[in-house]
Ligand binder design. Sequence first.
Ligand code: MEV
Length: 442
Amino acid sequence: MSKSISGFSKLSKSKKIDWMVETYFSNAEQAKTVLKQYWNTNEKLQKLHDEFIENTITNYYLPLGVAPNFLINNTLYTIPMAIEESSVVAAASKAAKFWLDRGGFKTEVISTTKIGQVHFMYHGNPEALTSFFNEVKPKLISDAHPITKNMEKRGGGILNIELNDKTKDIPGYYQLHASFETLDAMGANFINSCLEQFAKTFKSEALLFDGFSEEEKNIQIVMSILSNYVPECLVRAEVSCKVEDLTESENISGNEFAQKFVQAVNIAEIEPYRAVTHNKGIMNGIDAVVLATGNDFRAIEACAHAYASRHGKYSSLSHAKVENGIFTFWIEIPLALGTVGGLTGLHPLVKLSLELLHHPSAKELMQIIAVAGLAQNFAALRSLTTTGIQQGHMKMHLMNILNQFEATDAEKQILTTQFKDQTVSHSAVVSAIENLRSQSSL
Ligand code: MEV
């Protein structure tokens, strides 16, 4: 049984590592070597990473890939993607190229409103609370002015504050439900600071309100926090073309492909087991760009799946139809993103990714990321409804298997050529490696 430790966060990095490897690892030196291999020799850069979080012991790398040829509203983009899954960047690139020849992606930001709430308890007369709220609302906004003034200068700020009665769900539970425009910032700190100020003003002003009894004056603030559910921070991305232009192979007509594709999307619309995997494919594209651009993929994930359930049943985030001979495939997804603040000005690779994307505004980034999701979904459905997913997936996975067996460059070259027109399976690759090695040892 390992022992607990107190004061761990105050130890130096090397002391933390010493404690950890000695407590948990059979070969402490080997564990230390692995950790060290991932440190950056550039001390300044390593310090930057050390200070992103508490108790950093090393860095955890993900590959940063790029998918070129994305034509979005007539502008060409090369999209950066940070992801470990072998086939994702290849699939995105393939979908980008496919739609490049068919007019590209069309996108539109529908709305950009963010949400935050002060949750509080009040057990008195609801009408007195409404009168108090109406009276105090201008002061809630003016007391937050020191926080909002810079955002207001740029055209953003607090949009509205409403009082919500939630007493049917929990006796005495109410909310201040506030909406915000945070422009190019994701806005989490801005929103949370405003909310905490609202809570302070609300509580202190209640003590002075004549319309409350002594008991009613005692409003209990439970918490003040932004909501990562932002159904009104919404973007739409779409592709469309004539059905006959959909095909690239002799094996399937454009019409047959369109029918199967729409069926696949319809299934994801009504069947949650399929919808989750369908949306996971979308998030393969979305998360990779969210990560590369220094945004919060947990927030994006939580929101996307809540949005996918907004009608009371988990469903597809994308939709497809054929009408008058035109195939249309689209996604509408809430994406709360920032291109200033947070990691965007700190992480050198995030800065590089944003430059690659022509320094997008948050609205432009919403459009690019929605496209990455739609492209990924298109690529997955295209494979699933034609060749099946494993052919492409395993081709990309081949390198992982070869690396597991520590194949040399020469072995990799021979085996990737061999598997160009052979089905890749784990066992087939293993026997091919064994075969090759037994031949060369003869
Ligand atoms: C794999 O990461 C993603 C897919 O399963 C998505 C899908 O099934 O649509 C291929």
